[in-house]
Design a protein around this ligand. Structure first.
Ligand code: DGJ
Length: 743
């Protein structure tokens, strides 16, 4: 193949470069942090995968492509022997139809209905600046980006594969852009973001499933022969599964072993698949869910897939998570707020639900005004005629009867109490019982001649329509510019059914799910960027759209509607596999807990909520003076440790899914300080003495444990461990603040 490199070609001596191309061997070496990703342009012009893992020297590793005659398998046309079967050759963007019978990344359908893509490398370029994706969030910054162009000479379909590397992080970002260079229309029936072939081995697959109030439960399954997938067909990443998958060596654990983590930077319907072929070859791939998806490209048009983040760790799941955390804190979370001290909020939802009036809200504000809490957030129920979840979504006008006049009086009250003011919205939704729906019934996603499946008695605005996006932006912006609002909670409480839009032709109906999400990104862009000083928190019935793309707009997201401290240990543990603690909003609520009827100590609720962006969500007029005093102490304690929550390295020391304990340690990057939070679910009589072995400290540094005055080296804390003092009873915590001695 003739390479038409459109940028510089590297030379062997430039050791420091992150992306290097060996012209003679036709091998690409991508170096990101401590990992190497090696690909080759094969003798037939295909882009094949040679190695992904711990950094290696730039040697010729093409010998790993060991091919045998596989009997009756199809072979590459014109190949010198039957050994060249696409079904055993690695591929960076596999397609169906030429003999690779494994899962493919790409199914284009030409005007005549043919679905074959034989993508050969036409050229490549190395970009110094990572390009953005039009209309979609993606990781910003980073090091170099390699763009390899594949083209099918017959169909004139072009695929640009993007690979971005990072100087300091063991992470690579991947995506694809598909261009129709033919003079007839093209339909994409599948266009994933990435595909990766790994060598044969014993792997386990780590995924996450969940439900409302039980989000992101990790599940570990041996990789079987055949296909294992997680997906969402709901138009949101969902409460029910996460757009995360990891393949780990069979014996890998939290601290050791090879782990390959994959996370889509996308908020809509997705699919992630792992496959082990009968020849034991392993493939991981994914992107937008191709179930009920197709996308038409007219001549000259392009389609942009969302980005996928890939993290390699040779040191187990813990190191994988820390890389994801650094990647997202450094390169995706809303830049304006990622490092900003997070406001400690008090939210009225679990305190009042819809049943509030001005005196009630003011009495809550009065009880906490001197506690150090920064922000009062008025949740659902302040607009239209909304006294239940049955009406008024879309009518974004203040309910002046309920608020006895105007919202301004309440905002002034909050500001005079020394706090900032936050307000709840659900911009993407419309109630059938609303003025806007009565005026524009065609603005909701539904099939006009069918009843819509009820879900929380609301419908989803058809954000594929520009006039609907304009309305939503105008309605929300009008409240934001009329009132002094410092914070917005942006909720989203139903998934899409009756997928139909009269704004699209019959053959465009399978584009709706993706177009909807592009519409969400557009309104986020216009509302959030239009109000740069307002802090936006994401939410979707709790953690129903907790993903990296949402983090681009919302530096923190309500993790779950389950505020029970015991349940939270699991939800927050699972969420931390991929996402940093600073992304998780965590509140202290009342007991017995509204979701579980369980009673846990107030201290425990605070300690667990401190492992995230903390806040309160309870009727403070109904708690004891001692509990009010605890709020003051907790707020002070949290402010002292917040820097570790925002920037520290997380070590998960005990897994609440497999033990009676949950234990997390946050270590300052320079290793001079850490906080260790230990939780014991149930008191056990005559039980073993629990030890907690710290991680990530400097073995030679001396540390002082604030709580007991002990001065111990990092080596002792990590190898001999701490013995947490829980006291008696169930659901107890012990927290240790540990600092370099002498500080
Ligand atoms: C679902 C959210 O998760 C809750 O926190 C609350 O805001 C309600 N919606 C309000 O309807």
């Amino acid at each position: 193949c003739r390479l038409a490199a459109r940028a510089r070609l590297s030379v062997v001596t430039e050791e420091k470069m992150a992306i290097y191309f060996d012209e003679e061997k036709k091998i690409f070496y991508l170096e990101s942090g401590c990992v190497s990703y090696v690909m080759q342009i094969s003798q037939f012009g295909f882009l094949t995968q040679l190695y992904y893992g711990k950094r290696i020297p730039r040697e010729d590793v093409s010998y790993v492509e060991k091919l045998y005659d596989r009997g009756s398998e199809a072979v590459v046309f014109g190949a010198p022997s039957r050994r060249y079967s696409p079904n055993v050759i690695t591929s960076e963007y596999p397609s169906y139809g030429k003999g690779d019978f494994r899962e493919c990344a790409f199914i284009p359908r030409g005007a005549d209905g043919a679905r074959v893509f034989e993508g050969k490398v036409k050229g490549f370029e190395i970009l110094q600046e990572k390009p953005t994706i039009p209309g979609m969030p993606s990781l910003y910054g980073g090091g170099e980006t390699l763009v390899v162009t594949l083209e099918d000479e017959i169909s004139k379909v072009q695929v640009d594969l993007y690979y971005s590397v990072y100087d300091e992080l063991d992470a690579i970002a991947r995506r694809a852009v598909i261009k129709n260079n033919a003079d007839t229309p093209l339909v994409l029936d599948r266009a994933y973001s990435f595909s990766l072939d790994l060598p044969a081995g014993s792997y386990k697959v780590i995924t996450q499933y969940g439900a409302h109030m039980r989000e992101r439960t990790p599940e570990v399954t041996p990789l079987m022969h055949g296909i294992m997938s997680v997906d969402s067909k709901r138009g949101a990443t969902s409460l029910h599964s996460s757009c995360f998958m990891a393949l780990a060596a069979k014996d890998a654990d939290e601290e050791s072993g090879d782990v390959y983590g994959f996370n889509l930077i996308y908020s809509g319907s997705f699919r992630l698949t792992a496959e082990q072929s009968p020849y034991d070859m392993v493939r991981v791939l994914g992107g937008i869910n191709d179930f009920d998806f197709s996308w038409k490209l007219l001549p000259g048009e392009s389609f942009y897939t969302p980005e996928a983040a890939m993290v390699y760790s040779g040191k187990g799941l813990g190191a994988m998570s820390r890389t994801f955390h650094d990647l997202y804190r450094g390169y995706i979370i809303n830049k304006r707020f990622v490092n900003a001290v997070r406001p400690i909020v008090i939210n009225n939802w679990e305190a009042t639900y819809f049943n509030f009036d001005i005196p009630k809200l003011c009495s809550i504000i009065d009880t906490v005004k001197d506690s150090g809490i920064d922000m009062f957030v008025l949740d659902d129920g302040w607009f239209g005629r909304r006294d239940s979840d049955r009406s008024s979504l879309g009518d974004w006008t203040v309910n002046k009867d309920k608020l006895k006049g105007d919202l301004s009086a309440l905002i002034d009250y909050v500001h005079n109490a020394g706090m900032k003011f936050g307000l709840w919205f659900e911009p993407e939704m419309v109630s059938e019982d609303s003025d806007i729906y009565r005026e524009h019934p065609d603005w909701a996603i539904k099939i006009p001649y069918r009843d819509a499946a009820p879900s929380r008695d609301q419908l989803v605005f058809d954000l594929t329509k520009p006039q609907v996006r304009d309305y939503v932006v105008k309605a929300v912006n009008s409240i934001l510019s009329q009132y002094k609002i410092d914070y917005v909670k942006w909720d989203m409480n139903r998934n899409i059914t009756e997928i139909y839009s009269d704004g699209l032709p019959a053959d465009g109906q399978k584009e709706i799910m993706h177009r909807y999400i592009l519409g969400v990104y557009e309104i986020c862009e216009r509302i959030i960027n239009g109000h740069p000083d307002v802090f936006f928190e994401g939410c979707a019935s709790g953690g129903g759209r907790f993903d990296a793309a949402m983090a681009y707009y919302f530096p923190q997201i309500w993790t779950s509607d389950d505020t029970d401290a015991n349940e939270r240990t699991r939800i927050q543990y699972g969420t931390s596999l991929c996402y940093p603690l600073s992304m998780m909003s965590c509140h202290v609520s009342i007991c017995p807990n509204h979701g579980t009827a369980r009673t846990t100590p107030f201290k425990t609720r605070g300690d667990i909520a401190h492992l995230g962006a903390t806040g309160y969500e309870l009727d403070t007029t109904q708690i004891t003076p001692e509990e009010l005093a605890q709020i003051r102490r907790q707020v002070t304690d949290y402010k002292a440790m917040q820097d570790l929550v925002l920037h520290g390295d997380l070590y998960r020391l005990d897994n609440p899914f497999t033990s009676n304990y949950f234990c997390e340690e946050l270590v300052k990057k320079d290793k001079t300080e850490c906080v260790v939070t230990c939780y014991r679910r149930l008191m056990e009589v005559n039980s073993a003495v629990k030890r907690v072995y710290l991680r990530g400290l400097d073995p030679d540094m001396k540390y002082r444990v604030e709580e007991n005055g002990m001065v111990l080296s990092g080596a002792v804390l990590m190898n001999v461990g701490l013995i947490p003092e829980f006291g008696g009873g169930d659901f107890m915590t012990a927290v240790y603040h540990i600092k370099k001695a002498g500080n």
